[in-house]
Design a protein around this ligand. Structure first.
Ligand code: 13P
Length: 253
């Protein structure tokens, strides 16, 4: 049984001090909510990690980054290495988010470099894949996701299922209020699982596949009940504590 991963992606919202207050509030709320069946991760802006790390130490909450350099170190102004993120408190890192692909022109080869940088530096990558609306309309959603996975995982080896998380995020559902139906999310989760089986054999059974795109308390139940939806990568709703916790509560036990 895969432990559901309820991962927030805060994108470029909140300041470190706002985030500290938010996190203390979450830990208080968790005193009256049993989340032992899920893993909670918040992928926050990098400036927040070292501030939040002592607050979440020895709690059920883990932290992640939202991007990482493909390089281990060097003259790369503005970049952050996996080692820096780990030292600041991150255990996970979102890689290849569609907003990075779109606004920062990240291609599959660069995303692959970032996946490897995570693995070499001690971070678990949350590898994002997903099709544009035009690709879905053209019936190319499966081919798009398989192409992204093929490029990003070319030559990438794992020794255990926990080394990798994949998030299926249809671009047309991100921040739009449009959600893939639970059946569509499951169908694409199964496509991802089948690719991973071909690539990693039995280890694929333990790899978590998340759904992302306008996930909220009102649709989380149905999405999280699907066999190949092992959690969520949640944007807007993860900034609201009550909504984030309501999504966690919707995960199967
Ligand atoms: P929303 O939940 O705001 O649609 O964002 C999804 C997302 O991009 C998570 O990475």
């Amino acid at each position: 049984m895969r432990t559901p991963l309820i991962a927030g992606n805060w994108k470029m919202y909140t300041t470190p001090s706002e985030a500290s207050a938010w996190m203390r509030g979450l830990l208080e709320d968790l005193q009256s909510q049993d989340v032992s069946n899920v893993e909670l991760v918040l992928n926050v802006p990098a400036t927040h990690l070292a501030v939040l790390a002592p607050i979440v130490a020895d709690t059920a909450v883990a932290l992640g980054g939202q991007d990482v350099s493909a390089h281990a170190e060097g003259a790369y102004t503005g970049e952050l290495s996996a080692e820096m993120l780990v030292d600041a408190g991150a255990r996970y890192c979102v890689v290849g988010h569609s907003e990075r692909r779109q606004y920062h022109h990240e291609d599959d080869a660069l995303v692959r470099g970032k996946v490897l940088a995570c693995m070499n530096g001690g971070l678990v990558p949350i590898l994002c894949v997903g099709e544009l609306e035009s690709e879905r309309d053209a019936g190319e959603h499966e081919a798009t996701v398989i192409r992204q996975l093929t490029g990003a995982l070319d030559g990438v080896e794992i020794s255990k299922s926990e080394d990798l998380v994949v998030a299926y995020e249809p671009v047309w559902a991100i921040g739009t209020g449009k959600t893939a139906t639970a059946d569509d999310a499951q169908a694409m989760g199964a496509v991802v699982r089948s690719f991973l089986k071909g690539r990693y054999g039995p280890l694929a059974d333990g790899i978590r596949i998340l759904y992302g795109g306008s996930m909220k308390p009102s649709n989380a139940d149905e999405l999280l009940a699907k066999a190949d939806v092992d959690g969520g990568l949640i944007g807007g709703a993860s900034l609201k504590r009550d909504q984030y916790l309501a999504i966690a509560a919707a995960a199967p036990r």
